[in-house]
Design a protein around this ligand. Sequence first.
Ligand code: PRP
Length: 198
Amino acid sequence: LRIGVPSKGRLAELAAELLKDAGLHFRRQDRSLFARCKELPIDITFLRTEDIPVLCAEGAIDMGITGSDLISEAGVDVRRRLDLGVGQCKLSICVPDDSTISAPKQLHGKRVATSFPNNTANYLKQHGALAHLVNLSGSVEVMIALGVADAIVDLVETGSTLAANRLRILTDIGHYETVLIQNHDQRMTETADRVVRR
Ligand code: PRP
Protein backbone atom coordinates (compact mmCIF):
# COMPACT_ATOMS: atom_id res chain seq x y z
CA LEU A 1 0.00 0.00 0.00
CA ARG A 2 1.44 3.35 -0.98
CA ILE A 3 0.73 6.30 1.31
CA GLY A 4 1.63 9.84 0.23
CA VAL A 5 2.66 12.27 2.94
CA PRO A 6 3.84 15.88 2.76
CA SER A 7 7.59 16.10 2.17
CA LYS A 8 8.16 19.32 4.12
CA GLY A 9 6.59 21.88 6.38
CA ARG A 10 4.45 21.63 9.48
CA LEU A 11 2.22 18.95 7.98
CA ALA A 12 5.24 16.73 7.22
CA GLU A 13 6.16 16.51 10.90
CA LEU A 14 2.56 16.05 11.90
CA ALA A 15 1.98 13.25 9.38
CA ALA A 16 5.13 11.44 10.51
CA GLU A 17 3.98 11.69 14.13
CA LEU A 18 0.48 10.43 13.34
CA LEU A 19 1.85 7.46 11.40
CA LYS A 20 4.28 6.71 14.20
CA ASP A 21 1.42 6.79 16.71
CA ALA A 22 -0.36 4.32 14.42
CA GLY A 23 2.63 2.01 14.79
CA LEU A 24 4.02 2.66 11.30
CA HIS A 25 7.73 3.18 11.67
CA PHE A 26 9.86 4.31 8.76
CA ARG A 27 13.07 6.21 8.27
CA ARG A 28 13.48 8.75 5.50
CA GLN A 29 17.03 8.74 4.24
CA ASP A 30 18.25 12.23 3.40
CA ARG A 31 15.89 13.58 0.77
CA SER A 32 14.77 10.22 -0.54
CA LEU A 33 11.25 10.10 -2.00
CA PHE A 34 10.36 6.68 -0.57
CA ALA A 35 10.56 4.87 2.76
CA ARG A 36 9.41 1.37 3.62
CA CYS A 37 7.50 0.58 6.80
CA LYS A 38 8.91 -2.12 9.00
CA GLU A 39 5.69 -3.67 10.29
CA LEU A 40 3.28 -3.67 7.34
CA PRO A 41 3.48 -3.89 3.53
CA ILE A 42 3.38 -0.10 3.25
CA ASP A 43 5.56 2.34 1.32
CA ILE A 44 5.58 5.99 2.31
CA THR A 45 6.04 8.47 -0.55
CA PHE A 46 7.07 12.06 0.19
CA LEU A 47 5.20 14.54 -1.99
CA ARG A 48 4.14 18.15 -2.17
CA THR A 49 1.06 18.55 0.02
CA GLU A 50 -0.89 20.22 -2.80
CA ASP A 51 -0.16 17.35 -5.22
CA ILE A 52 -1.45 14.63 -2.88
CA PRO A 53 -5.17 14.98 -3.79
CA VAL A 54 -4.62 14.62 -7.55
CA LEU A 55 -2.02 11.84 -7.14
CA CYS A 56 -4.46 9.93 -4.94
CA ALA A 57 -7.33 10.44 -7.41
CA GLU A 58 -5.10 9.21 -10.25
CA GLY A 59 -4.04 6.13 -8.28
CA ALA A 60 -0.33 6.99 -8.00
CA ILE A 61 -0.82 6.62 -4.24
CA ASP A 62 -3.50 4.53 -2.50
CA MET A 63 -3.85 6.82 0.49
CA GLY A 64 -2.61 10.26 1.44
CA ILE A 65 -2.47 12.84 4.20
CA THR A 66 -3.31 16.35 3.04
CA GLY A 67 -5.56 19.33 3.69
CA SER A 68 -9.23 19.19 2.75
CA ASP A 69 -8.77 22.73 1.36
CA LEU A 70 -6.40 21.30 -1.26
CA ILE A 71 -8.84 18.51 -2.18
CA SER A 72 -11.56 21.09 -2.70
CA GLU A 73 -9.28 23.33 -4.78
CA ALA A 74 -8.07 20.40 -6.92
CA GLY A 75 -11.71 19.42 -7.53
CA VAL A 76 -10.85 15.71 -7.48
CA ASP A 77 -12.92 12.75 -6.35
CA VAL A 78 -11.23 10.82 -3.52
CA ARG A 79 -12.62 8.94 -0.56
CA ARG A 80 -12.25 10.87 2.70
CA ARG A 81 -11.47 8.17 5.25
CA LEU A 82 -10.63 10.10 8.40
CA ASP A 83 -10.56 13.64 9.72
CA LEU A 84 -7.32 13.85 11.67
CA GLY A 85 -8.42 16.52 14.15
CA VAL A 86 -5.54 18.86 13.31
CA GLY A 87 -4.85 21.71 10.89
CA GLN A 88 -8.28 23.28 11.28
CA CYS A 89 -8.56 26.47 9.27
CA LYS A 90 -10.99 28.39 7.15
CA LEU A 91 -10.80 30.01 3.75
CA SER A 92 -11.96 33.60 3.98
CA ILE A 93 -12.48 36.62 1.79
CA CYS A 94 -10.61 39.48 3.45
CA VAL A 95 -10.57 43.19 2.84
CA PRO A 96 -8.69 46.10 4.46
CA ASP A 97 -9.93 47.05 7.95
CA ASP A 98 -11.19 50.39 6.62
CA SER A 99 -12.76 49.04 3.40
CA THR A 100 -16.34 50.03 2.61
CA ILE A 101 -16.99 46.63 1.00
CA SER A 102 -19.65 44.84 3.05
CA ALA A 103 -20.84 42.00 0.80
CA PRO A 104 -19.17 39.59 -1.68
CA LYS A 105 -21.23 40.91 -4.61
CA GLN A 106 -19.45 44.27 -4.20
CA LEU A 107 -16.27 42.52 -5.39
CA HIS A 108 -17.67 42.61 -8.95
CA GLY A 109 -15.01 44.16 -11.19
CA LYS A 110 -12.44 44.22 -8.34
CA ARG A 111 -9.06 42.47 -8.13
CA VAL A 112 -8.85 39.48 -5.78
CA ALA A 113 -5.50 37.83 -4.93
CA THR A 114 -5.52 34.16 -3.91
CA SER A 115 -3.84 30.77 -4.10
CA PHE A 116 -7.30 29.20 -4.29
CA PRO A 117 -8.53 30.42 -7.69
CA ASN A 118 -11.07 27.63 -8.24
CA ASN A 119 -12.77 27.92 -4.85
CA THR A 120 -12.70 31.69 -5.14
CA ALA A 121 -14.12 31.82 -8.67
CA ASN A 122 -16.90 29.36 -7.76
CA TYR A 123 -17.89 31.29 -4.66
CA LEU A 124 -17.87 34.68 -6.36
CA LYS A 125 -19.85 33.33 -9.31
CA GLN A 126 -22.51 32.00 -6.92
CA HIS A 127 -22.72 35.49 -5.42
CA GLY A 128 -22.99 37.28 -8.74
CA ALA A 129 -19.53 38.83 -8.69
CA LEU A 130 -17.12 38.60 -11.60
CA ALA A 131 -13.71 39.60 -10.26
CA HIS A 132 -10.22 39.73 -11.74
CA LEU A 133 -8.30 36.95 -9.98
CA VAL A 134 -4.60 37.45 -9.23
CA ASN A 135 -3.33 33.89 -8.88
CA LEU A 136 -0.39 33.48 -6.47
CA SER A 137 1.33 30.67 -4.60
CA GLY A 138 1.87 32.49 -1.30
CA SER A 139 2.29 35.77 0.63
CA VAL A 140 -1.23 36.67 -0.44
CA GLU A 141 -1.83 38.94 2.58
CA VAL A 142 0.62 41.60 1.38
CA MET A 143 -0.98 41.95 -2.05
CA ILE A 144 -3.36 44.71 -1.01
CA ALA A 145 -0.47 46.73 0.43
CA LEU A 146 1.47 46.09 -2.80
CA GLY A 147 -1.43 47.56 -4.74
CA VAL A 148 -2.23 44.51 -6.87
CA ALA A 149 -5.50 43.53 -5.16
CA ASP A 150 -8.59 45.04 -3.51
CA ALA A 151 -9.36 41.87 -1.56
CA ILE A 152 -7.74 38.51 -0.86
CA VAL A 153 -8.95 34.97 -0.33
CA ASP A 154 -6.66 33.02 1.99
CA LEU A 155 -6.52 30.52 4.82
CA VAL A 156 -7.08 31.85 8.31
CA GLU A 157 -6.13 29.90 11.38
CA THR A 158 -5.57 32.20 14.38
CA GLY A 159 -6.18 35.45 12.49
CA SER A 160 -2.81 36.89 13.48
CA THR A 161 -1.57 37.23 9.87
CA LEU A 162 -4.70 39.23 9.03
CA ALA A 163 -4.29 41.47 12.06
CA ALA A 164 -0.64 42.10 11.20
CA ASN A 165 -1.68 43.20 7.72
CA ARG A 166 -4.68 45.27 8.89
CA LEU A 167 -7.21 43.09 7.15
CA ARG A 168 -10.64 41.89 8.27
CA ILE A 169 -12.78 38.95 7.24
CA LEU A 170 -15.63 39.81 4.89
CA THR A 171 -16.98 36.26 4.86
CA ASP A 172 -15.84 32.66 5.25
CA ILE A 173 -16.14 30.46 2.19
CA GLY A 174 -15.04 27.08 3.58
CA HIS A 175 -13.85 25.17 6.66
CA TYR A 176 -11.06 22.63 6.37
CA GLU A 177 -8.71 20.33 8.23
CA THR A 178 -6.06 17.68 7.76
CA VAL A 179 -7.52 14.43 6.44
CA LEU A 180 -6.59 10.90 5.43
CA ILE A 181 -7.84 10.12 1.93
CA GLN A 182 -8.05 7.00 -0.19
CA ASN A 183 -8.31 6.22 -3.89
CA HIS A 184 -11.70 4.82 -4.95
CA ASP A 185 -10.10 1.62 -6.35
CA GLN A 186 -9.42 0.51 -2.79
CA ARG A 187 -6.42 -1.70 -3.43
CA MET A 188 -5.22 -3.70 -0.42
CA THR A 189 -8.39 -2.91 1.51
CA GLU A 190 -7.35 -4.86 4.59
CA THR A 191 -4.10 -2.93 5.06
CA ALA A 192 -5.83 0.39 4.33
CA ASP A 193 -8.58 -0.33 6.89
CA ARG A 194 -5.92 -1.24 9.40
CA VAL A 195 -4.19 2.12 8.91
CA VAL A 196 -7.54 3.88 9.43
CA ARG A 197 -8.32 1.88 12.59
CA ARG A 198 -4.92 2.55 14.09
C1 PRP B 1 -1.13 30.11 6.22
C2 PRP B 1 -2.05 31.02 5.44
C3 PRP B 1 -1.93 32.33 6.15
C4 PRP B 1 -1.63 31.94 7.58
C5 PRP B 1 -2.86 32.10 8.42
O1 PRP B 1 0.14 30.26 5.76
O2 PRP B 1 -1.71 31.10 4.08
O3 PRP B 1 -0.88 33.09 5.61
O4 PRP B 1 -1.23 30.56 7.57
O5 PRP B 1 -2.63 31.70 9.75
P1 PRP B 1 -3.03 32.66 10.96
O6 PRP B 1 -4.45 33.04 10.78
O7 PRP B 1 -2.82 31.79 12.16
O8 PRP B 1 -2.12 33.84 10.95
P2 PRP B 1 1.30 29.24 6.15
O9 PRP B 1 2.02 29.74 7.34
O10 PRP B 1 0.76 27.86 6.25
O11 PRP B 1 2.28 29.36 4.93
P3 PRP B 1 1.93 29.58 3.38
O12 PRP B 1 1.71 31.05 3.22
O13 PRP B 1 3.17 29.09 2.70
O14 PRP B 1 0.72 28.78 3.07
